[in-house]
Design a protein around this ligand. Structure first.
Ligand code: AHM
Ligand code: MG
Length: 337
């Protein structure tokens, strides 16, 4: 019989490699796994129980909140609180940070940033959606209430980052800075099982993912790069394939495994980009780099950016190393002309 490694086993084995580990971090990941399974369950029965559709409220970005967004947000917050090791959360769905002021959680040494349900415009049409998260050590003293400064840390300070994709299967992919591993939910036993150990992304991809409907609003360098992707050149396997789901997790996941680039640049309507630094770009950038890819805002490394606000947006370019180097070359060149 094939040996199956569950997420919990994997995390505990990794914990054993760190002599000073107290088990708190493993506990946190365990609760992330539980929340992901609960969201998986709701996503899968969504069509049956009328959970689809709008909740009738708006989130902090003024976008309609879908019922599943609300469910995912509440579920992750409850599980993280139950872990007893997390002192606060920054979520796409909450204007302010959520701090745990009572009990064990106040002493928790970890903080958590998340987009609980990314790609929410895809819920109604049965297309893949995801959860994105990242974990940091708090900066404020243990025992005090978490502060906003705990959350405004550069991405290079991340202890761990990951995403859950609710797709044809549900998968949890994460890194702690020592490679990237993917776990597929085996619904028959209710466990995430190691299915994609040590994920490496190809250096030369052939997929480009961008919302081309915004073409007119893109910087010149991006427009020229898109044309480059579409030209024929056998040596570089062009024309590349265009794939865009409109769900960052799903677009990134496909490109991670197959080799490609994802771009959400600054546009006239989103001059600083659309995606959020703390809970979309930083975690994805950490995973991209750990898998051998790159992630920048077109110029600077995402993980080096110092956040100023928790919902800050940033232009986002991520994917295969050589595709990234090429698009940045285009951006530099056409900035000058
Ligand atoms: P959301 O967090 O409100 O779902 O928005 C983020 C999503 C990403 O998943 C996706 O990459 C992007 O927005 C798609 O935006 P657009 O529809 O402008 O192409
Ligand atoms: Mg979202």
């Amino acid at each position: 019989m094939n040996k199956v490694t569950t997420l919990n086993q994997f995390v505990i084995e990794k914990q054993a490699e760190v002599p000073e580990a107290t088990g708190g971090f493993s506990c946190l990941l365990h609760h992330v796994g539980i929340a992901a399974k609960k969201v998986h369950r709701e996503v899968n029965k969504a069509g049956l129980v009328d959970i689809l559709g709008r909740a009738g409220t708006e989130n902090v970005q003024g976008e309609d909140q879908q019922k599943l967004d609300v469910y995912a947000n509440e579920t992750f917050i409850a599980e993280l609180k139950a872990s007893g090791v997390c002192c606060g959360i920054a979520s796409e769905e909450n204007q302010d940070i959520v701090v745990f002021e009572e009990g064990m959680s106040r002493d928790g040494k970890y903080i958590f940033c998340m987009d609980p349900l990314d790609g929410s415009s895809n819920i109604d049409v049965n297309v893949s959606i995801g959860t994105i998260f990242s974990i940091y050590h708090r900066k404020s003293p243990i025992g005090e209430v978490a502060q906003i400064e705990d959350f405004l840390q550069a991405g290079c300070e991340q202890l761990a980052a990951g995403y859950v994709i609710y797709g044809s299967s549900t998968m949890l992919v994460y890194t702690t800075g020592n490679g990237v591993n993917g776990f597929t939910l085996d619904t028959s036993i209710g466990e995430f099982c190691l299915s994609h150990p040590n994920i490496r992304t190809p250096e030369d991809g052939t997929i480009y993912s961008i919302n081309e409907g915004n073409y007119e609003k893109f910087p010149v360098g991006v427009k020229k790069y898109i044309k480059y992707c579409q030209e024929t050149d056998k040596r570089t396997k062009r024309p590349y394939t265009s794939r865009y789901i409109g769900s960052l997790v799903a677009d990134f996941h496909r490109n991670l495994l197959k080799g490609g680039i994802f771009i959400y640049p600054e546009t006239n309507s989103h001059p600083t980009g659309k995606l959020r630094l703390l809970y979309e770009c930083n975690p994805i950038a950490f995973i991209a780099e750990q898998a051998g890819g790159l992630a920048t805002d077109g110029e600077r490394r995402i993980l080096d950016l110092q956040p100023e606000t928790i919902h800050q947006r940033v232009p986002f370019y991520t994917g295969a190393k050589n595709m990234m180097l090429k698009v940045m070359e285009f951006l530099r060149f056409f900035e000058k002309v």
